[in-house]
Design a protein around this ligand. Structure first.
Ligand code: NAI
Length: 291
């Protein structure tokens, strides 16, 4: 294993969870990391808006003209009470805009790597809003937000993550990306113990499902385990990996789909989880009404 010379990486959502662990992992390896987040970052910017995304790109460009890798970790969970439109704008458009905005700096590295944060909710959670995904992939934020507005955020989150995975698949082979020496890949983590999943556990309706999906390892993942996988995909050790979506989920996807990953397919285990979700949500609402 060779030690790589110091490189410059950009990590969004770096103030918390997987973004913070990825930043720590890369800095420990001697790399420079430019962090982007709503607070406590080198570049403070709100990735939910066009103006905020432009400010994030400009803020990075003020600090460097060469970027060896981008990891857009900033994301919003589809929890009760969360605006589903915000989920669309941060998760998909906030990620893709930053990667596109820094394309010239990535090309200038003469060999660069981008790792997007998808999620195994794409294959583990059935019934999500495909119309949101297709609008994202058409680059139509207004339409994607409008589609999202008609359902709960929980059905929008996997749709935004699927859009990121499909964007990687579609774009990676193009001249502007692989042709410019920029590899595009994604990771699809399962349940990882971060502030995001702490919020899921505290959710009045969805909290009971935090541990409902099976894991072959029988435990949640750690942000450091996802960071190590991202570190591999950023490194030259993964030089042949282009357009892959790597599940980092302790075997959840393999348990649900033993033969191949399947997106919208309603698998019996996932269907059981979904049915119990609906049942418990109804009971909780009934209890609340009684009080
Ligand atoms: P987290 O909640 O711990 O961290 C998310 C970070 O994103 C926070 O620092 C937050 O300030 C930042 N952020 C949110 N909205 C922003 C905005 N508008 N502009 C700039 N920054 C913003 O979340 P976690 O768990 O570390 O997740 C990181 C990524 O991994 C997310 O994209 C998430 O969807 C994805 N993921 C997480 C999983 C998990 O189980 N924790 C599973 C699969 C995917």
């Amino acid at each position: 294993m060779s030690v790589e010379p110091p490189k410059t990486y950009v990590v969004t959502g770096a103030a918390s969870g997987i973004g913070a662990a990825t930043t720590a992992y890369l800095r420990e390896a001697g790399h420079l990391v430019i962090t982007v987040d709503l607070a406590e970052a080198d570049v403070v910017a709100d990735l939910s808006t066009g103006a905020g995304r432009a400010a994030a790109v400009a803020g990075v460009q003020d600090l460097t003209r060469v970027v060896h890798g981008v990891v857009p970790c900033a994301g919003v969970a589809g929890l009760t009470g969360v605006d589903p439109q915000l989920v669309v704008s941060v998760n998909y458009f906030g990620s893709v805009a930053l990667v596109r905005g820094l394309r010239a700096e990535l090309a200038a590295a003469g060999g660069a790597s981008v790792v997007l944060l998808a999620s195994n909710s794409i294959t583990a959670q059935p019934g999500w809003r495909t119309e949101v995904t297709t609008a994202c992939l058409r680059d139509d934020e207004t339409a994607a937000r409008a589609e999202a507005a008609s359902v709960d955020a929980v059905m929008v989150y996997p749709a935004t993550k699927a859009a990121l995975a499909y964007w990687v698949r579609r774009e990676c082979v193009k001249a502007e990306w692989v042709g410019a020496g920029i590899r595009l890949n994604a990771v699809a983590p399962g349940l990882i113990a971060t502030p995001m999943t702490d919020q899921l556990r505290a959710d009045p309706q969805l909290g009971v499902f935090a541990d409902a999906y099976p894991s072959a390892l029988g435990r949640p993942g750690l942000p450091e385990e996802v960071a190590a996988t991202i570190g591999f995909l950023l490194s030259d050790a993964s030089s042949l990996v282009v357009g892959s979506v790597l599940f980092v989920d302790g075997g959840t996807d393999a348990l649900l789909h033993p033969l191949k990953p399947e997106g919208m397919q309603v698998n019996p285990i996932a269907l059981g989880v979904l049915n119990s979700m609906a049942g418990v949500a109804t009971k909780l609402s009934a209890l609340r009404r009684k009080r």
